[in-house]
Design a protein around this ligand. Structure first.
Ligand SMILES: N[C@@H](CCC(=O)N[C@@H](CS)C(=O)NCC(=O)O)C(=O)O
Length: 217
């Protein structure tokens, strides 16, 4: 049985969504956030203190995108993964890593220095600088979606043949009839739109880039 350690509204939502999409059985362990403070025993399981942690037999993984990739390949086949023999394999990998490394890096700094840090540690200069970076990097998504409905081209003309589970951090209630929302999947039009909108962060970054205060919801 696959075990996933998860916190509400954390990046562990990515593998949780993937598990739901694939219909795999799993054991969900909910933790308070941040576990390094509120569930210190978790540090023994994952010394990084970060969420997610996935355990599948001897396999232990802490990288949310990597876990999605692992689930799709180890427990597939699934149309959520673009195979290495398919034309858009490179695009699939590129968007996968782009979403995590290239977009998440400036996005995290903006969120941290506008919302997550205590007032006295917030830093408008850092937030403004990295908001500009973030918005600049989104241009790659704008360019890609200007001509195509999806980020990864469907194989055999199937409209939703290739879908990629990525940075999907949506509000949800785990354990209360949670059903994965079929949004945020890169090769669906909605997924492309979602990434285009900055994965829900575009407005926060716009505000930071313009030196306006963050709106916390
Ligand atoms: N690279 C990891 C990063 C995981 C990560 O930083 N998760 C955040 C929650 S979204 C976390 O656990 N933070 C712990 C903390 O701030 O103590 C991934 O994408 O899975």
């Amino acid at each position: 049985m696959i075990t996933l350690y998860h916190c509400h509204a954390a990046r562990s939502f990515r593998p949780l969504w993937m598990l739901e999409e694939m219909g795999l059985p799993y054991d969900l362990k909910m933790l308070p956030f941040p576990p390094r403070v509120l569930a210190k025993e978790y540090m023994a399981l994952n010394p990084l203190g970060t969420i997610p942690l996935m355990i599948d037999g001897e396999t232990r993984m802490t990288e949310s995108s990597g876990i999605c990739h692992y689930l799709g390949t180890r427990h597939g086949p699934t149309p959520l993964i673009v195979g290495n023999d398919e034309p858009d394999y490179g695009a699939f990998l590129n968007w996968m890593y782009f979403s995590d490394a290239t977009l998440t890096f400036p996005q995290t700094l903006v969120l941290r220095y506008t919302q997550l840090e205590p007032e006295e540690r917030r830093n408008p200069q850092v937030a403004t600088d990295y908001a500009k970076w973030f918005l600049g990097r989104l241009r790659a998504v704008e360019a890609a979606t200007a001509k195509a409905e999806t980020l990864c081209r469907p194989l055999h003309g199937g409209r939703y043949r290739h879908r990629l589970c990525v940075a999907a951090r949506r509000k949800h209630r785990a354990g209360q009839g949670f059903r994965a929302k079929r949004r945020g999947l890169l090769a669906t039009p909605a997924g492309a739109r979602w990434l285009h909108q900055g994965g829900g962060c575009r407005n926060a970054c716009r505000r930071a880039a313009e030196g306006r205060p963050a709106r916390v919801t």
